[in-house]
Design a protein around this ligand. Structure first.
Ligand code: ADP
Length: 397
């Protein structure tokens, strides 16, 4: 079966067509600037790339164009739309409304609307993407695959905040986590690579990208994660502050004359390593700054590594042991200085880090960064969220 994976944003729609027989990506691409002037689709297939400059007033027109590209000369990889067995849609937040991958029905779409306030930038866009696909492919089954599902196994003690329990029940304010498909994929790949069953392993997965989250995976299940009610929590990120005392937020808002929502926008967009360095949210720029002796770039890198390390230590304690640390996503796969900073000083946990192996350039393969004989294995595992979405969709069917 061929599965179309769709990741719809407010003005974008990314896709991959995956053949589940061999899990190969047949085609991929994305529409950008949907509803804005200058919209286009960049499509890849058969080793070719084609840009379609076309007005895309909404997601329905965008998905129609994607389906056209999938059957077009050159980049096309299918003869008819009927070859697409199902569509898997990425959805950022599920709240407590969905615990697992769910087949789309009219009732499910209604429930999905209840999640909008949990991820106002992402979930309404995902719903728009689902509706657009349903209009264009009315007979094709659709699945919602949630970034949060992998975290549904967290125990209450891990996901609750220290607030009035009745308020948690009434409003659903608790930790939900993020990047679940990535944490699920790399922890399963780690077990495969180590030749062990997931049940035998205690793993800390570090998904370090523009958004970063760290997860404790005990016996193949998530038992804790660093992101919270929203993806603002945990370590400081590109532009997000990460964890901060709630009173400091009120204090800052008062001093800067910001409303509640402006204060949250400030914490999401103006803080993190961009705020600390005053240079950039991009770790390539921070590394360059560090090389030329910029102290605040060095500080931003140090804070990021230190905060990530603290989650590794905390989760080793939470699980009562540690067998493996996994690095993944843009920074996890490409930024040696961060990986070294995270692993430095963890010898007491049984981590023996191979600095030379760490320096090698990313070649897209799984790489081992722990020295021979290290009790704790340290791995780089390239993430593949689309494949997880396709697998979950296929399993559901
Ligand atoms: P997201 O998916 O959350 O937008 P990514 O996982 O793509 O983020 O990570 C993006 C970050 O990874 C960039 O901001 C950059 O700081 C860092 N990075 C460092 N080196 C590279 C590289 N060679 N390629 C891509 N990203 C890199």
């Amino acid at each position: 079966m061929k599965i179309l994976v769709v990741n719809a944003g407010s003005s974008s729609l990314k896709y991959q067509l995956i053949d589940m027989q061999n899990e190969k990506v047949l085609a991929k691409g994305g529409c950008e600037r949907i509803g804005i002037d200058g919209s286009f689709l960049k499509a890849k297939g058969n080793g070719e790339e084609k840009i379609y400059q076309k007005e895309l007033p909404n997601h329905k027109v965008a998905i129609e164009l994607v389906l056209h590209a999938l059957q077009d000369e050159g980049v096309g990889v299918i003869k008819s739309m009927d070859e697409i067995g199902a569509v898997g849609h990425r959805v950022v937040a599920s709240g407590e409304f969905f615990k697992k991958t769910t087949l789309v029905t009219p009732d499910v779409l209604k429930t999905l609307e209840e999640t909008f306030e949990l991820a106002p930038l992402h979930n309404p866009a995902a719903a728009t993407g689902v509706k657009a696909c349903m209009e264009v492919m009315p007979k094709t089954p659709m699945a919602l695959v949630f970034d949060t599902s992998f975290h549904a196994t967290m125990p209450e003690k891990a996901y609750l905040y220290g607030i009035d329990y009745d308020d948690y029940k009434k409003y659903g304010v608790r930790k939900y986590g993020a990047h679940g498909t990535s944490h699920k994929f790399v922890s399963a790949e780690a077990a495969k690579y180590l030749g062990k069953k997931p049940e035998q392993l205690k793993i800390v997965t570090c998904h370090l990208g523009n958004g970063s989250s760290i997860t404790a995976v005990d016996g193949g299940k998530c038992v804790d994660t660093s992101m919270g009610f929203t993806p603002l929590a945990g370590v400081l990120m590109g532009t997000r502050s990460g964890d901060i005392d709630a009173s400091a937020v009120e204090f800052l808002a008062r001093k800067k004359g910001l409303s509640h929502s402006e204060a949250i926008t400030y914490l999401n967009k103006k803080c993190g390593v961009a705020g600390i360095s005053g240079v950039s949210s991009d770790f390539r720029d921070l590394e360059a700054g560090f090389e030329r002796g910029d102290e605040r770039c060095a500080l931003a890198l140090e804070m990021f590594s230190y905060q990530t390390k603290k989650f590794v230590g905390a989760y080793a304690a939470a699980m009562g042991g540690l067998d493996c640390i996994v690095f993944t996503a843009g920074i996890g796969e490409n930024t040696p200085i961060v990986r070294e900073g995270v692993c430095a000083g963890l010898e007491f946990l049984g981590v023996e880090f191979d600095k030379e192996a760490n320096k090698k350039k990313n070649d897209g393969s799984i790489r081992e960064l722990s020295a021979k004989g290290s009790k704790v294995k340290v791995l780089i595992i390239p993430t593949n969220e689309e494949l997880v979405i396709a697998r979950e969709t296929a399993e559901l069917l």
